[in-house]
Design a protein around this ligand. Structure first.
Ligand SMILES: Cc1cc2nc3c(=O)[nH]c(=O)nc-3n(C[C@H](O)[C@H](O)[C@H](O)COP(=O)(O)OP(=O)(O)OC[C@H]3O[C@@H](n4cnc5c(N)ncnc54)[C@H](O)[C@@H]3O)c2cc1C
Length: 96
């Protein structure tokens, strides 16, 4: 399925980085793997938010995701032709 990921933050993972300092994921790391690239075996069981933020940024790049940062979705409508129209502002750059 062709996909564009729209993210209003500056970098992938920023929504984790901006959370409180002591935050770790709530589930053990082995429940949190993303497709194709499991977390390394030596990672902490409960991963700190900045490690997750960096992992998501790395994942975006190496998986060549179609990811637009600094871009905000301002509206979305679904019409009778069964198509979505999404308005996006401030599309600053495309990462991949
Ligand atoms: C403290 C905490 C601990 C958690 N621990 C775990 C865990 O251990 N294991 C687990 O599986 N899940 C965990 N979760 C849940 C998990 O984080 C969420 O289920 C998951 O992040 C949801 O992914 P998402 O992409 O749907 O939403 P999000 O991760 O919230 O991503 C949405 C993104 O969209 C961006 N955005 C929002 N509005 C706009 C807009 N209008 N235009 C552009 N961009 C926009 C935001 O900046 C954000 O980056 C935890 C959640 C929290 C809060």
């Amino acid at each position: 399925v062709p996909t564009i990921i729209i993210e209003k933050n500056d970098r992938p993972g920023d929504s984790w980085r901006k959370r409180y300092k002591s935050l770790c994921l709530h589930d053990p790391v082995w429940y949190d793997h993303l497709p194709y690239l499991p977390f390394p075996d030596h990672w902490p069981v409960f991963s700190p938010k900045d490690k997750i933020g960096d992992w998501l940024e790395m994942y975006t790049k190496v998986m060549e995701l179609n990811y637009w940062t600094k871009s905000e979705a301002t509206s979305a409508t679904y019409d009778k032709a069964k198509e979505w129209t999404v308005k996006v502002t401030a599309m600053a750059r495309r990462l991949s």
